[in-house]
Design a protein around this ligand. Sequence first.
Ligand code: ATP
Ligand code: MG
Length: 345
Amino acid sequence: MTKTPKVSLRGLYKIFGADDQAALEHVKAGLSKDDLLAQHKHVLGLQDINVDMQAGEITVVMGLSGSGKSTLIRHLNRLIEPTAGEILVDGEDVRKLSEDGLREIRQTRMSMVFQKFALLPHRTVKQNAAMSLKVRGMDEATQDAEAMKWLERVGLGGYENHYPAQLSGGMQQRVGIARALTANTDIMLMDEAFSALDPLIRTDMQNLLLELQDELHKSIVFITHDLDEALKLADHLVILKDGAVVQQGEPQGILLNPADPYIEDFVSDINRARVLRVQSVMQPITGTEFAGDVDIRDNLESLIGRSEGDTTLHYRVTENGEPVGELNMRDLVKALVPRLSSTKS
Ligand SMILES: Nc1ncnc2c1ncn2[C@@H]1O[C@H](COP(=O)(O)OP(=O)(O)OP(=O)(O)O)[C@@H](O)[C@H]1O
Ligand SMILES: [Mg+2]
């Protein structure tokens, strides 16, 4: 790909401990996270991370607890100093930024949405939403107008004079999102932003985020340990284990071709029919007789319903009304069965 990624991590390492540079040599020589801790009392946070995050996309970072997700996202605005490697934002290495440059990046180019909302309890919803503009010294009328615009956009019109404690968890996180949008940054960092919410509210928030993204095309880094959420949101999915990337790419491809047993475990419980889309299973057009047209974005579940389980059928796949391939129900059925990396043909 020739375009410059919005964010690039290059050979990024983070080791927690007093002599991280010495520990780095051990890690580069192959010492595992467990052994580094046992033998040298240092914690391996991240190892040799190479990830490109494209502008306008949602990059989801997923992994079990302790795999390094928060450590990774905190490097982007240098809340954490790396042990080694580069963090490029719009091609510029944030390690080389001056104090002013770093402040500029934190205030105007990246906003954060936190798991625990992190709202100021004694400020109103509107004041919370306007926070970043206030910090930047913007006049009050602009602060108000911008905050109100985004509060309304996330469905909180009428609540601007309430205090956070008067809102439900889901509503508080809407304030968190409005606050990030009011900051008007290209990049949004979301660390487990929806993990504290009830399942139904969580689904609402995911839908809201996708709706906003359709309109705003932010570069979003979204952290989760929920695979359903990851598959729903991700344009690019990065899976971490013990501080290293075990697989990254387009999420449906990962689901169909998991690279290792850790990922097979992750994907084994997923409702594949609901997550997989026609696009991932279709073939080039060879036939002429079709049972009907299906959209490239449809999920497999809807097609199973339509075909009434008839595995002999073929459908023509269309995108924006144009034929782009064919889907054979037989291939669909195969895709529903998890494929094990150890038994790959
Ligand atoms: N300040 C720190 N000092 C020492 N070790 C740390 C520090 N911060 C993180 N770690 C270690 O780095 C590793 C990665 O932690 P991190 O918080 O990034 O995980 P995570 O994937 O975000 O987990 P969770 O899903 O629980 O939030 C863990 O082993 C953790 O113990
Ligand atoms: Mg974390």
